[in-house]
Write a protein that binds this ligand. Structure first.
Ligand code: SAM
Ligand code: SF4
Length: 329
C-alpha cells in the first residue's frame, strides 16, 4: 500500500509518455516551450517496468497522457503491454483527439477502457485559434470513433476561462446528442501565459458560476432541469450533474475554488522520469536514474519517497514552473 503521511492511499498514476504535441494550446504549449532532449524521455520499456513495480506497490489505475500520447510512435503496443500487467484494474488515456479517429478501435483492442478528450471550444474558428491550428471536425470524428469502439466513458475536458467566451449551451446540448460527459475544469495558471495572448492574467470561471448558468440554460434549450448525477465511472475528483433529457452528464472539476487535496490519490510520472508529488508543487523525485541503472528495489524506494513527500494540500498555490504539457495535466 502506498499511504502518505496524511493517511491518503495512492492508487492512481498518470503517466506522461511524451512532452511533444501536434497542437499548441495557448495555455499549455506557448511558442518557445523547451522540449526535453529525446534521450531524457523514458523509453516504453522503462515506463512498463515502472508501472509494473508501481502496481506491485498498490497502484491500480493508470492514465496515459502527455504532451499528446497518440503522437508517440508505438503507443498502441505500449498500451497493450501495460494492460497485461497483473493487478492493473484500469487503463485510460487523455488525448486531444486529433488522431483518435484512426486509433480508437486499436486502443480499445489493446485494453484501453476509457478516454478523455480535451475540447475547449465548439466553435471551429476559436478551436483552431486556441489550439494553434487544430481542426474541430477531426476531434469530433475521434469522439465518435471512441463511442463506436465502446470506449466508456468518453469524457470531454473543457478548460473554462473567460477569454474563451465558451458557449455553455452548445456543450449542454452535446450531452443530449451523444452519451458523452462534459467536464468543466477551472483554468490553472501553471507555468502558462495569459490565455490566447490577451495580455491580462486569465481569470478562471468558478464551477458554481458554470453550474448556475447551465441551470438557467437547461429549460431554455429543452433539456430540462440539471440534477446531481452519479459519476459515469472513473476515478477523478469531478462532481457530476445531468440534464433531465440527456444521456451524457456535466461534470465540474474545481482545483481552485474547492480543493480536493484531502482525497487526492494520485501520483504523476513526467515524460522525463520524475515523480511529481503534487500537481501544484515543483518538488519532484527522480526515478529515471533508478530505471536506467538501478534495481527494482531502487525504483520502489523512489516511489515510496515520492509518496512520503506528498504535501497535505496546495493551499493558495496554483502555479508551477512546468507547463501541463510537461507534467501531463
Ligand atoms: N494532449 C492531451 C490533451 O490535450 O488532452 C493530454 C495532455 S494535456 C496537458 C492534459 C490536460 O491538461 C488537457 O485536458 C488540457 O486541457 C489540460 N490543461 C493544460 N493546461 C492547463 C491549464 N493551464 N489549466 C487547466 N488545464 C490545463
Ligand atoms: Fe497539446 Fe494537450 Fe497541451 Fe493542447 S493541452 S498543447 S493538445 S498537450
Amino acid at each position: 500500500m502506498l499511504t502518505d503521511g496524511y493517511g491518503r492511499t495512492v492508487r492512481y498514476l498518470r503517466v506522461s509518455v511524451t512532452d511533444r504535441c501536434d497542437l499548441r494550446c495557448a495555455y499549455c504549449m506557448p511558442d518557445g516551450i523547451e522540449l526535453r532532449p529525446r534521450e531524457d524521455i523514458l523509453s516504453y520499456e522503462e515506463i512498463e517496468r515502472f508501472v509494473r513495480i508501481a502496481v506491485e506497490e498498490g497502484v491500480t489505475h493508470v492514465r496515459l497522457t502527455g504532451g499528446e500520447p497518440l503522437v508517440r510512435k508505438g503507443i498502441v503496443g505500449h498500451a497493450a503491454r501495460l494492460a497485461e500487467i497483473p493487478g492493473l484494474d484500469g487503463l485510460a488515456i487523455t488525448t486531444n483527439g486529433t488522431h483518435l479517429a484512426d486509433m480508437a478501435e486499436s486502443l480499445a483492442d489493446a485494453g484501453v477502457e476509457r478516454v478523455n478528450v480535451s475540447l475547449d471550444s465548439l466553435d471551429a474558428d476559436v478551436f483552431e485559434r486556441i489550439t494553434g491550428g487544430g481542426r474541430l471536425a477531426d476531434v469530433f470524428e475521434g469522439v465518435d470513433a471512441a463511442l463506436d469502439a465502446s470506449l466508456d466513458p468518453v469524457k470531454l475536458n473543457v478548460v473554462a476561462a473567460r477569454s474563451l467566451s465558451q458557449d455553455l449551451g452548445a456543450f449542454a446540448l452535446l450531452t443530449a446528442e451523444r452519451p458523452v460527459h462534459v467536464r468543466f475544469i477551472e483554468y490553472m495558471t501553471l507555468g502558462s501565459p495569459p490565455l490566447i495572448g490577451s495580455g491580462v492574467r486569465e481569470e478562471p470561471i468558478p464551477a458554481t458560476e458554470i453550474l448556475a448558468r447551465l441551470r438557467v440554460l437547461g429549460p431554455e434549450l429543452g433539456l430540462g432541469a440539471l440534477e446531481p448525477a452519479e459519476s459515469p465511472g472513473g476515478w477523478g475528483p469531478a462532481r457530476y450533474h445531468r440534464f433531465e433529457h440527456a444521456t451524457g452528464t456535466i461534470g465540474v472539476i474545481t482545483p481552485l475554488s474547492e480543493h480536493f487535496c484531502g482525497t487526492c490519490d494520485r501520483l504523476r510520472l513526467t515524460a522525463d522520469g520524475r515523480l511529481r508529488v503534487c500537481l501544484f508543487s515543483d518538488d519532484e523525485i527522480d526515478v529515471r536514474e533508478a530505471l536506467r541503472t538501478g534495481t527494482d528495489e531502487d525504483v520502489r524506494s523512489a516511489i515510496h519517497e515520492a509518496v512520503a513527500a506528498r504535501p497535505e494540500g496546495h493551499g493558495t498555490r496554483a502555479g508551477t514552473l512546468r507547463s501541463m504539457s510537461q507534467i501531463g495535466g
